[in-house]
Structures are given as C-alpha cells and as structure tokens.
Design a protein around this ligand. Sequence first.
Ligand code: ATP
Ligand code: MG
Length: 267
Amino acid sequence: MMLKVEDLCIKIHDKNSTETVVKDVDFTMKRGDILGIVGESGSGKTMSALAIAGLLSRHNMEKSGNIIFEDINLLNCSRKVLRKIQGSEISMIFQEPLNSLNPIKKIGWQVEEGLKIHTTMERLERKERALNALKDVELDNPEAVYNSYPHELSGGMRQRVMIASAMIVSPKLLIADEPTTALDVTIQAQIVELLKKINKERGTAILFISHDLSLVNTLCENVLVMKDGLVVESGKCADIFDNPREAYTKGLIEAIPHNPFYDGKVI
Ligand SMILES: Nc1ncnc2c1ncn2[C@@H]1O[C@H](COP(=O)(O)OP(=O)(O)OP(=O)(O)O)[C@@H](O)[C@H]1O
Ligand SMILES: [Mg+2]
C-alpha cells in the first residue's frame, strides 16, 4: 500500500479550549489510485490533507495515529526524511493559486522551485524541465508563460501553473484541495481532464477534495464522505452515489447544483 492513514486525529489547542477536528480517520491508497473526499464545510477535509502533506502548524495542532507513506510513518519519522518526502514524493495544490504564487516572481522561477529544493540540477536543465512541465499541463506558449508574472495569467492558467509546479518533482501522490472551486465550469472540466491525464500517463495517485460531487464522480474511483471530522461512509463512487447509506450523504447528493457538463453521465 502506498499510503495508509490509520486512526488519524487532529486536535487544535487554543488558549482555553481544545477542538478535535479530525477523528480516527482511516483510509488507504495504492499507487495510481484516485480517491475523492467530500463533506460539508468544516468537516475536516483540508485538515486531513494538510496533515498528509506535512503542512500543519506544529505549535497548536496535535496529531495522533499513523500516516504511513511507502512504509514510513510520517507522524514519527525524522525531519530530514519528512522533508525529503513532503514536497517531492507528496505535492499539494490548493483552491486559490494566487495565495501560493509569489506575485513578484516570474512563473518560471516558481515552477523550478521544487527542483532547486530537491535536486542539484543546473539552471539550464531546470529551465528545460520547467518548460516541459508547463507544456505537460497544456499551456500554450510555455516560453511566454515561463516569463510571465502571476497576475498576467487567467485563473485557469494559474491553476495549470500550480499543477506544473507540483508535478515537476514527479510526486507519487498529488493532493488537490478544491483545485477547481474558484474556476468557472468549462475550466473546471478542463482541469479535471488534465488531472485524469496526469494520473493515466504518469501513474500519479491523486487525493481529490471537492464540494462538487459530480466532479468527484467523474474523476475518482473511490470516495470518503466526511462529517464533523469523521469518515461517515466510504467506498466506490458508483456504489455510494447510487446508493448512499447515510442520510447525510443523501443530503450532499441532493444539494448538487445543476452542472451542464456532467448531465446524464453522473448520479
Ligand atoms: N488554523 C485553524 N485554527 C483553528 N481551527 C481551524 C483552523 N483551520 C481549520 N480549523 C477548524 O477545523 C475544522 C475543520 O476544518 P477544515 O478546514 O479541515 O474543513 P473543510 O472540510 O476543509 O471545509 P471546507 O469545505 O470549508 O474547506 C473546522 O471546524 C475549522 O473551524
Ligand atoms: Mg477545506
């Protein structure tokens, strides 16, 4: 198994209280799997993802359980091992690329960052890799994008740039937290197609978090349904979306807005 999350609990401490925001979450992913996580706002999707990507602040968050990635427990291995895995074997992209992109650095510089941190590659080779990565995410004119600043690109182009930055280190697992939520429906569909292509061609496993059950059903084989920090239901998308056991899951399905791009194909 590539990833085994066992009894993951995350507690947030503040001055006078402790809140458990992720409760005994268990799931596994094999290489090349695409797993969706759905659930209402505040159900713990992002917290679970950040814990796996190693991006949770250490000072007020307490994690317990196991996150075993390729036989290494990320919750108790050395910082050195963790740094090697997180950011090179596990990459993450977010809802709003502008928050992750540095506004005063050109795109090329930012796409190459993973190579600067994780390899000893020379400048020219890095540039070649970055241009290829931009081409792989189907950006027209990679050279122009390479020399652009983030504000010069559209939202869809910026998300493609983020995917290029995440994929340049050839991670085994890509975590995508609401990567299409800020985009309009045509662009959403294109980004989902791109993720599918990456999965198929490069074998990258994808953990896809979304409010959009139609997109999850289009992209993912399996899904976890989260509520109040707990996984309330999990299994194949086909089973869960056709035949939800929990009233909560039924409610999520009934709340799906009309999406013309997926009509008829799903749910
Ligand atoms: N930095 C933080 N400090 C304190 N509490 C937080 C922090 N981030 C999240 N929380 C709390 O943790 C819980 C889970 O949040 P999380 O962001 O994982 O939800 P989510 O399922 O990703 O929701 P959404 O769909 O809105 O993105 C929420 O109750 C939230 O209030
Ligand atoms: Mg979230």
